[in-house]
Design a protein around this ligand. Structure first.
Ligand code: FES
Length: 224
């Protein structure tokens, strides 16, 4: 079992319970017999599936984070947040001539934002309200540049009184900008190689390797 020797008391999903210190929220839930499968993906802080809300001991402010990253502390009160329903527009980026102009149509609720900043609860410390402001102002490059750490957890959407889903708005902007840029030639070459099975023999050789051969192979590229 992971965790420190010390045992701490926390409130997990409404139940006071003792757990080893040093566990993340997800590990603590597992440790205490919670059968948590939904709301968990990568366990590495990347997929954004495991949002939690928590109160620290002696603190009145509810905070938000990722359950696979947040380490429990003595006296903490924590719950998992279920997947939050929000508006995700359907679109094809192949269709519109200028996809960024379509933003107003796809996500018209964006323009009702009154800058209340409730969305600034991002576990990745993104200034979500600032990104939405840039998007409304048509400064799409800035909006995209400041949202690259987004893990699509949707916490921001759960707080918006105007029903804006900032993560989906930002995703559309990133996709639309990418569509307007020239396709990177290196990526094109690589995709063509994959489609024409250029690397098939090499791949079969790697898949057939045993652990030692694979280690040696990786080490030849400077890997561990
Ligand atoms: S499980 Fe993927 S971010 Fe936590």
């Amino acid at each position: 079992m992971k965790g420190d020797d010390a045992i701490i008391t926390v409130e997990l999903e409404g139940r006071k319970i003792k757990v080893p210190a040093g566990l993340t929220v997800i590990e603590a839930l597992w440790d205490t017999g919670h059968d948590v499968k939904r709301g968990i993906g990568c366990l590495s802080g990347l997929c954004g599936a495991c949002t939690v809300a928590y109160l620290e001991k002696g603190n009145k402010k509810v905070r938000f984070g990722l359950g696979c990253q947040k380490v429990i502390e003595e006296g903490m009160n924590v719950i998992m947040i279920p997947c939050f329903p929000c508006h995700a527009a359907r679109y094809s980026l192949k269709a519109p001539e200028n996809p960024l102009e379509k933003l107003k149509e796809l996500y018209d609720e964006l323009y009702t934002c009154n800058d209340c900043r409730s969305c600034n609860i991002c576990p990745e410390w993104i200034n979500v309200a600032g990104v939405m402001r840039s998007a409304m102002d048509g400064d799409y490059e800035s909006a995209a540049a400041h949202v690259t750490d987004c893990v699509m957890c949707g916490l921001c959407a759960s707080r918006c009184p105007r029903n804006i889903a900032p993560h989906y708005v930002a995703l559309y902007i990133q996709r639309a900008l990418a569509r307007e840029r020239p396709f990177p030639p290196n990526l094109r070459n690589r995709l063509e190689g994959i489609e024409s099975f250029t690397f098939d023999d090499e791949w079969k050789r790697i898949v057939a390797m045993d652990d030692d051969a694979l280690r040696e192979f990786c080490a030849s590229f400077g890997g561990a």
